[in-house]
Design a protein. Structure first.
Length: 289
């Protein structure tokens, strides 16, 4: 076949590295997931585990507000249950991934104003939220691969709905039990890696930078299935409600030390409209709708 000069120019453009780069840039990649097989696993905690949690906190703080508030006494009793198979995102949803959702949908960017923050009656000062807050619809520079925070339960659900439409598959927040199985495996480990707390295996206030980090920086803290940042980094929204206006969060955060609250069985409820600097999320992939 004889090519004209114009044909050669067009072919060169199509095959050029720039065109390939543009195609790659426009390609949407869904979050990486890890499969969690169907079957039994141990959920909840017993008195021995709960006491360990209280002692870890007392050792770190010199006292235990968690013991005073009986935080761990409200955990499910240790027992075995069965779950069907599902897949869960290996990493937390990042600022970069959430930014595409914001850009494509016009959904409000993560952030909180001083008045709203004051209404939460939380200990961290409002000034501490500034490094996490987005500006002009974009995440803070250098934090693109950090987990997204300052998102409410409904924000997380809206992202899941967008991702479902984008991929043609069903994404949603994990239930408490789905999250727990993915985080601790089948044998009921206290932490994703085992029963002994190790501050170098997670981003907590024990040895961490007292800030979020890029996701996946603690591979030695991976769960038996390979889920990363299941302890520390940020708490994670679940679809499990304690009341109509409160849902359970799991995992502990960069702001905690001890770290009794970083155990996979630890649980507490947060208001669904809360936008906190220590709460993010990951998603479960269920099936094709």
């Amino acid at each position: 076949m004889r090519l004209t000069k114009a044909s050669i120019v067009i072919l060169a453009i199509v095959l050029s590295p720039a065109s390939a780069a543009t195609k790659t840039a426009n390609t949407f990649l869904a979050p990486e997931v890890i499969p969690i097989p169907a079957g039994d696993f141990i959920t909840g905690s017993d008195q021995v585990e709960r006491e360990l949690g209280y002692q870890l906190d007392e050792r770190a703080y010199g006292h235990s507000a968690t013991r005073t508030g009986k935080w761990y006494d409200f955990e499910d009793k240790r027992h075995e249950i069965k779950l069907p198979a599902f897949s869960i995102t290996k990493n937390l949803i990042t600022n970069a991934r959430y930014a595409r959702f914001v850009t494509e949908t016009g959904h409000r960017a993560p952030g909180v104003d001083a008045k709203t923050w004051a209404s939460y009656r939380l200990n961290p000062p409002y000034s501490r939220t500034r490094r996490f807050s987005w500006k002009d619809g974009k995440p803070p520079k250098g934090r693109e691969q950090h987990p997204v925070v300052l998102v409410s339960l409904k924000d997380a659900e809206a992202f899941a709905s967008w991702l479902s439409k984008k991929t043609g598959k069903k994404w949603q927040l994990p239930t408490e039990k789905q999250w727990e199985k993915a985080a601790r495996g089948t044998r009921g480990f206290y932490f994703p890696w085992g029963n002994t707390f190790d501050p170098v295996k997670l981003n907590s206030a024990d040895k961490g930078p007292f800030d979020t980090t890029a996701v996946g920086q603690y591979p030695e803290g991976a769960s038996p299935y390979g889920m990363l940042d299941a302890a520390g980094q940020v708490y994670e929204w679940t679809s499990t409600a304690t009341t109509p206006q409160r849902h359970l969060v799991k995992g502990g955060s960069w702001d905690d030390k001890g770290c009794g609250v970083c155990r996979s069985a630890a649980r507490h409820g947060r208001p669904v409209n809360l936008k906190h600097i220590i709460i993010g999320f990951r998603l479960v992939l269920i099936s094709t709708p």
